[in-house]
Design a protein around this ligand. Structure first.
Ligand SMILES: [Zn+2]
Ligand SMILES: [Zn+2]
Length: 180
């Protein structure tokens, strides 16, 4: 485990080049080393048969318990449909100011909404989602600057509207914390 670094753990198969691209973006945005690892869970334990989805709260806790350490941030990547009890679905979930976050690619593809897939939309959306949830682990809350990666997203269209970068205000907050 990297001292003060970020660990990205794939639960399920993701193309290596794809993971590298996410790791690059994350490393640049948070100015920290990123390592990619593989994780294994029996996902059936987190499956809710009534909703036919996977419980994001439980998965986040499980990643935190089994994979996280206090020396850095740990991010679990999933491909299954995640929910939390109060929402129909979630793109991702994080402990605010904590050490762990998760995200799923499941809801991010155009195909899911009957639209044509474009080359980069899926990768860009997933990268933004990872940066967003990681931002929460660094204590950043939702931002009102529309282009900021920390603005909240309910639909994939919302994700497409924002950049993969922190706005100046959020970046300043991140740097202030790093100094403290
Ligand atoms: Zn958020
Ligand atoms: Zn912001």
């Amino acid at each position: 485990m990297n001292e003060q670094g970020i660990s990205i753990i794939s639960f399920g198969y993701f193309e290596h080049a794809f993971l590298e691209k996410i790791a690059d973006s994350v490393s640049r945005e948070f100015m920290l080393p990123v390592q990619i690892r593989e994780g294994h869970f029996d996902l059936s334990e987190y499956y809710d048969p009534a909703r036919r989805q996977y419980n994001g709260n439980l998965l986040l806790k499980e990643v935190d318990a089994k994979y996280s350490s206090d020396s850095g941030k740990t991010f679990g990547l999933f491909y299954v449909d995640l929910f939390i009890p109060i929402l129909t679905y979630i793109f991702g979930q994080a402990f605010l100011g904590g050490r762990t976050a998760i995200a799923s690619i499941y809801r991010l593809s155009n195909e899911r909404y009957g639209l044509k897939e474009t080359d980069n939309s899926l990768k860009e959306r997933f990268t933004k989602e990872v940066v967003h949830e990681l931002g929460h682990t660094f204590g950043l809350i939702h931002c009102h600057v529309p282009a900021c990666v920390m603005s909240s997203s309910t639909y994939v269209e919302d994700i497409d509207q924002k950049s993969a970068n922190l706005c100046i205000k959020c970046r300043t907050q991140l740097l202030d914390q790093a100094i403290q």
